[in-house]
Ligand binder design. Structure first.
Ligand SMILES: C[S@@+](CC[C@H](N)C(=O)[O-])C[C@H]1O[C@@H](n2cnc3c(N)ncnc32)[C@H](O)[C@@H]1O
Length: 291
C-alpha cells in the first residue's frame, strides 16, 4: 500500500503553530492528515482543529477525533468556510502548499511525467477544466511568460510554441514530456518537474489562492496568533515576503486596522529528513506571528 503523503518538518510545524492548547487551529491543506494528527497530539481536550482540503481524495473522514472537523473546500474562501462553523477568530493557521504525494502517484490524476494520462493537474478534478483543455486556449506569448515565471524555464518561447503546435484533444503527460525533449534534447529531464509545476500553478491559480488565504489570515488570527506556511517555490516565497513588509494600515471606510506580521523563524528540512523523504527537499517553513 502506498502512503498518501509524508508530512514535512512535523515537529517544527507543531511547535511553531501551537501557542495555546485550548485554542482553535486550522490546517488549510489537510492532504493525508499527517500534520493534523500531530497538531491534535499537542492540543488539550478543549482545543479544536479544522482541516480543509479541496481534493475529493483527501481522506478528511479518516480522522475521527471529536476535536477535529474536516471541511471539503478551497482555502481561498477560508473566512466563509469557518463562518459556517461560527468561527471568527483562530489561534493559528497552517498551510503546507503544493501537492500531496497521492496526487502525483496516482497515474489517472494526470500530474506526473512518470505515467501516460491526459494532462489534468487539478487539485480538484471536479472543478474547472483539465490542463490539456486549458492549454488549447493559450497564446504562445502568454504561455511562454508563465513557463518563465512559474518554472524558470529557459527557451520558454520555443517550448510554448512546440507545446501548442503538438497540442491535440486529451493531450497527455507523455506528449508534454516529448515537447520538452524536442526543445531541450537530453537535458529535458532537468526541466520536467518545473514544466509540470508551472502549468499546475497556473491552472489551479495557486498564487491567487495564497494571496486570498493571507488576506483572510489578517482578519482571522488573534493577537499573537501564528501562521505557519510551508513553501516549495520562489513565487510563493515572493508573496510571503511582500506581506511581511506590509505596514499596519487602517481602512479609511471601515476603520479596520490591518495588523503587522513578524517573521519569527525560517526553517528547512535537515539532511536526514531529506534523505528519508526526498520530496521534502524544496520545503521552507515560515513561522509568522501577528504582532
Ligand atoms: C502538500 S499537501 C499537504 C499535506 C499535508 N500537510 C499532510 O500532512 O498530509 C497539499 C494539499 O493541499 C491541498 N490544496 C492545495 N491548494 C488548495 C486550496 N486552494 N484549497 C484547499 N486545499 C488545497 C491539496 O489538494 C493537497 O492535498
Amino acid at each position: 500500500m502506498t502512503v498518501y503523503h509524508v508530512p514535512v518538518l512535523v515537529e517544527e510545524v507543531v511547535e511553531g503553530l501551537i501557542t495555546n492548547p485550548t485554542g482553535v487551529y486550522v490546517d488549510a491543506t489537510f492532504g493525508g492528515g499527517g500534520h493534523s494528527r500531530a497538531i491534535l497530539g499537542q492540543l488539550g481536550p478543549e482545543g479544536r482543529l479544522f482541516g480543509i482540503d479541496k481534493d475529493p481524495d483527501a481522506p478528511l473522514q479518516s480522522l475521527t477525533d471529536e476535536r477535529f472537523q474536516g471541511i471539503r473546500g478551497d482555502f481561498r474562501f477560508l473566512e466563509e468556510l469557518l463562518e459556517a462553523w461560527q468561527v471568527k477568530e483562530v489561534a493559528g493557521i497552517l498551510a503546507d502548499l503544493g501537492i500531496s504525494s497521492h496526487q502525483v502517484d496516482v497515474p489517472a490524476r494526470g500530474f506526473s511525467y512518470r505515467w501516460d494520462a491526459p494532462l489534468d493537474l487539478r487539485m480538484n478534478p471536479y472543478e474547472g477544466e483539465p490542463a490539456w483543455a486549458w492549454l488549447k486556449r493559450q497564446r504562445p506569448e502568454a504561455l511562454a511568460e508563465l513557463l518563465r515565471t512559474y518554472g524558470d524555464l529557459p527557451k520558454s518561447r520555443r517550448l510554448a510554441e512546440t507545446i501548442l503546435k503538438h497540442w491535440q484533444p486529451e493531450f497527455t503527460t507523455y506528449q508534454l514530456t516529448e515537447c520538452a525533449y524536442k526543445v531541450y534534447g537530453k537535458k529535458a529531464e532537468d526541466f520536467l518537474s518545473p514544466l509540470f509545476q508551472a502549468i499546475r500553478i497556473a491552472i489551479n491559480d495557486e498564487l491567487g489562492a495564497l494571496e486570498a488565504l493571507l488576506e483572510a489570515a489578517y482578519r482571522l488570527l488573534s493577537p499573537h496568533g501564528r501562521l505557519v506556511i510551508l513553501t516549495y517555490h520562489s513565487g510563493e516565497a515572493r508573496i510571503l515576503k511582500k506581506h511581511l513588509h506590509r505596514p499596519a494600515e487602517e481602512n479609511p471606510v471601515t476603520g479596520w486596522k490591518r495588523p503587522r506580521w513578524k517573521l519569527l523563524a525560517k526553517k528547512t528540512p535537515s539532511p536526514a529528513e531529506i534523505e528519508a523523504n526526498p520530496r521534502s527537499r524544496s520545503a521552507t517553513l515560515w513561522l509568522i506571528e501577528r504582532v
